[in-house]
Design a protein around this ligand. Structure first.
Ligand code: 13P
Length: 266
């Protein structure tokens, strides 16, 4: 297993630092990635142990990550995975294949997958299990739409999404996941949740995790949705916010580094 993977072992407690993960979505090219990696890797911010940086890239760039990032503090992962182990599933990518490239994280259940690809909670669970099976860390995404929030259903929605996974994992498996709270209305809109809104939902998620035991209570809960350099510190300051899942702002080195720097404060 790669050294970089060991650096971000989930055995590290929440107090080990903020986990700042870029979700590149459908962006990047070999040349642009190279420039971004060069800028990130030469920054003193990423040498500080109090921030745990990572990028989740489109599948074709995993090889580039392996070449460029393995052994560095910038660990990497994928944005999705097949719910199947192997077989006649054209176009799918198995967890074991992702792991072969030294990847550490796989995002599962992002709202864009749930929305545009009809991913059910059952599918998210199946994917989570595949990722755990090969020793990687699933980042399980939950979050409500604006309509659900307006109806007062936020707690219910995120509980259903998280418990669909948690209830089917052993405590040992559950302790190895990362959770990301990403309100759908905040993703790519420029309107992040306020720190109070985020903390309220994170505390609720923490309660669900705590119900599964002390080790599971230590699972990191990241915030995602229009996190930027100017709101990151306020969000990281919240008791139950353990890091961020960053979309747009992860594509520019100065923005991503500024968020990582904000993470150093907490
Ligand atoms: P933005 O930071 O672009 O709002 O995206 C958040 C997100 O979806 C991360 O997974």
């Amino acid at each position: 297993m790669a050294k970089a993977v060991m650096v971000q072992s989930t055995a590290l407690g929440r107090s080990a630092g903020q986990l700042v993960i870029g979700n590149w979505k459908l962006h990047g090219s070999l040349i642009d990635n190279q420039r971004l990696f060069d800028a990130l890797l030469c920054s003193p911010v990423l040498t500080r142990m109090a921030v745990l940086p990572a990028v989740c890239v489109p599948f074709p760039f995993l090889a580039q990550c392996q070449k460029k990032l393995q052994g560095s503090r910038l660990v990497y992962g994928a944005q999705d995975v097949s719910a199947e182990k192997s077989g006649a599933f054209t176009g799918e990518v198995a967890a074991s294949m992702i792991a072969e490239f030294g990847a550490h994280y796989v995002i599962v259940g992002h709202s864009e997958r749930r929305m545009y690809h009809g991913e059910s909670d059952a599918k998210v669970l199946a994917k989570t299990l595949r990722v755990l099976d090969v020793g990687m860390t699933p980042i399980v995404c939950v979050g409500e739409t604006l309509a659900e929030r307006d109806c007062g259903d936020t707690g219910l929605v995120v509980s259903c999404q998280l418990n669909a996974v948690l209830d089917m994992l052993s405590p040992e498996q559950a302790a190895r996941i990362v959770v990301a709270y990403e309100p759908v209305w905040a993703i790519g809109t420029g309107y992040a949740a306020t720190s109070a809104q985020a903390q309220e939902v994170h505390a609720h998620l923490r309660g669900l995790l705590r119900a599964k035991g002390e080790a599971v209570a230590q699972v990191r809960v990241l915030y995602g949705g229009s996190m930027r350099s100017d709101n990151a510190a306020e969000l990281f300051a919240m008791e139950d916010v353990d890091g961020g899942l960053i979309g747009g702002a992860a594509l520019k080195s100065e923005d991503f580094l500024a968020i990582c720097e904000a993470g150093l404060l907490f």
